[in-house]
Design a protein around this ligand. Structure first.
Ligand code: B12
Length: 220
């Protein structure tokens, strides 16, 4: 096998080809030469979108999705210890996260949760297939500043809307958390329909937004 120089492009190819041990090797090499964990995560996310397309066109089957999920998990586990804890995080707060009812995808949510924990946030993760009532219950109990809902499938959009409406109806305006939504099929119109405050597309954006929200909440 040719000995490739470590590069993000090569990692993307290896992920898309579902070559798991080569992906681990390349990730290790990239980390060793100082590649930023967020750059590696971004490449993973894009490659998994490609794999999703191959699944849609019939080139890959469900086994391909399962392998892709497994590779992604291994890479996340390798890169997370390399994420630097910021010296002076500008905002710390409570964040409640979960994947909405009917959906079991959890890699993006887990990655976002791990990143926010590294940045000093108190993260409560409700897991996957979470019913709207459970989100409400935990919002009342945990009093999060931010609620992050993950939904990877179009069929989950109504669960998103129901969850957000339930929170809005039952939590008084002055203690209402900021709600953001995330996932492969989320587009601006879903945000409008669901009543979410923000859509986030990657972990860097998620951390940036949380920091901004916490700074805005501090008394001036
Ligand atoms: C891996 C994968 C799987 C794995 C999931 C493993 C796991 N533990 O999560 C398995 C094999 C289980 C799976 C199952 C299925 N899948 Co699937 N899957 C994928 C795939 C290829 C990648 C998803 C992923 O993990 N991406 C990587 C992560 C890092 O990216 P991300 O989730 O977007 O997250 C980023 C941001 O959005 C953000 N973020 C995400 N979530 C959150 C949450 C919070 C709180 C925050 C703050 C931020 C945040 O941060 C992340 C990092 O940057 C996608 C393709 C795609 N386009 O995404 C299809 C995809 C989502 N799956 C799809 C389908 C159809 C299915 C199945 C129905 C297949 C089947 N016939 O059984 C089942 C669903 C079962 C169910 N009820 O949920 C479709 C959905 C299509 C649609 N229109 O709804 C997709 C889009 C593939 C496709 N193109 O057809 N899948």
């Amino acid at each position: 096998m040719p000995n490739y120089k470590p590069s993000l492009e090569r990692l993307a190819q290896l992920i898309t080809q579902l070559k798991d041990s080569a992906c681990r090797r390349m990730t290790r090499q990239l980390l060793n030469i100082g590649t930023e964990p967020t750059q590696i995560m971004e490449v993973c996310q894009k490659s998994l979108i490609d794999i999703g397309r191959k699944y849609e066109t019939g080139e890959y089957f469900i086994a391909g999705l399962i392998m892709a999920g497994d590779i992604m998990k291994q890479i996340i586990d390798m890169v997370m210890p390399f994420v630097k804890t910021p010296q002076n995080p500008s905002g710390r707060g409570r964040v409640l996260i979960g994947t909405v009812a009917g959906d079991i995808h959890d890699l993006g949510k887990n990655m976002a949760g791990a990143m926010l924990t590294t940045y000093g946030y108190e993260v409560k993760d409700l897991g996957v297939d979470v019913r709207p009532e459970n989100f409400l219950e935990e919002t009342v109990r945990f009093e999060p500043h931010i609620v992050g809902l993950s939904s990877l499938m179009t069929s989950g959009h109504s669960a998103l809307t129901q969850t957000i409406h339930l929170i809005r109806q039952n939590i008084p305006q002055n203690s209402r958390p900021v709600v953001f939504i995330s996932g492969a099929m989320i587009i601006e119109s879903v945000k409008k329909r669901s009543g979410a405050d923000f859509v986030v597309n990657n972990v860097a954006e998620t951390v940036f937004l949380c920091e901004k929200i916490m700074v805005d909440k501090q008394p001036k």
